[in-house]
Design a protein around this ligand. Structure first.
Ligand SMILES: NC(=O)c1ccc[n+]([C@@H]2O[C@H](COP(=O)([O-])OP(=O)(O)OC[C@H]3O[C@@H](n4cnc5c(N)ncnc54)[C@H](OP(=O)(O)O)[C@@H]3O)[C@@H](O)[C@H]2O)c1
Length: 197
């Protein structure tokens, strides 16, 4: 399965390393073009290349790893028809932090911007230095929370989570799960749980 990553900063790079270690084919992108990512691609290693935003968007599964203030701009520049978009962003804005019960979560807003994509929120609750560590710990697996409205998309994301060594926990819809994953303000961010069998 080919995986695209939009954003080649701290969290995009961290995720790319897990994916290439698990032998996924990865294409990573940033705002300045693939030619600026030659050193980054060497650092990550494995089956990875750098390309344009649209090339990343053409993968079956696409990670969104940009700062919230750049998310709409990045998504408006691409066509994501039918792709699964994994939203790793955190929106530190008053309208999301401590929001009224009925109000939208940030991933619901991302869904509106990412036309044609099936959005799953995942990998946003751990600090990058924790996410970077080996997910297999003391006979268990580090937990990744995910939520989304499309069951098939969540099954694919769950498979990726497992295949790179983590243990996924499905929190439900983007509305309900998104509230639990909200950073800051939700109860789950920064929790570093290990799932033992
Ligand atoms: N860092 C963490 O511990 C952590 C943990 C969980 C979740 N997150 C979330 O992950 C997201 C990224 O955080 P980060 O720490 O990785 O940020 P970062 O290090 O600043 O990296 C941001 C990346 O986004 C790219 N970018 C900016 N605008 C873009 C655009 N319009 N189109 C395409 N790419 C664009 C940047 O590329 P250029 O350099 O070319 O502009 C850069 O590669 C944030 O929403 C953050 O809340 C971060």
């Amino acid at each position: 399965m080919k995986i695209g990553i939009i954003g080649a900063g701290t969290i995009g790079t961290t995720l790319a390393k897990h994916l290439t270690r698990a032998c996924y084919e990865v294409l990573i992108s940033n705002s300045r073009g693939g030619e600026t990512l030659k050193e980054k691609v060497k650092e990550i290693g494995g089956n990875i290349s750098a390309g344009s935003l649209q090339e990343a968007a053409e993968a079956a599964v696409v990670f969104l790893a940009v700062r919230w203030e750049h998310a709409q701009e990045a998504l408006s520049a691409i066509s994501l028809d039918g792709a699964i978009l994994i939203d790793m962003t955190n929106a530190s804005l008053p309208e999301f932090i401590g929001a009224e019960p009925g109000s939208k979560t940030s991933s619901e807003v991302v869904s509106e911007w990412a036309k044609g994509a099936k959005v799953v929120k995942a990998f946003n609750t751990l600090y990058a230095h924790v996410l970077a560590e080996n997910p297999k710990v003391d006979g268990g697996n580090r937990v990744i929370f995910y939520s989304g409205n499309d069951k098939e998309a969540k099954d694919v994301v769950s498979g990726i989570i497992t295949s790179i060594g983590f243990s996924g926990i499905d929190l439900g819809t983007l509305h309900e799960g998104g509230k639990l994953q909200r950073f800051p303000g939700g109860p789950l961010p920064t929790l570093n749980l290990i799932h033992t069998k």
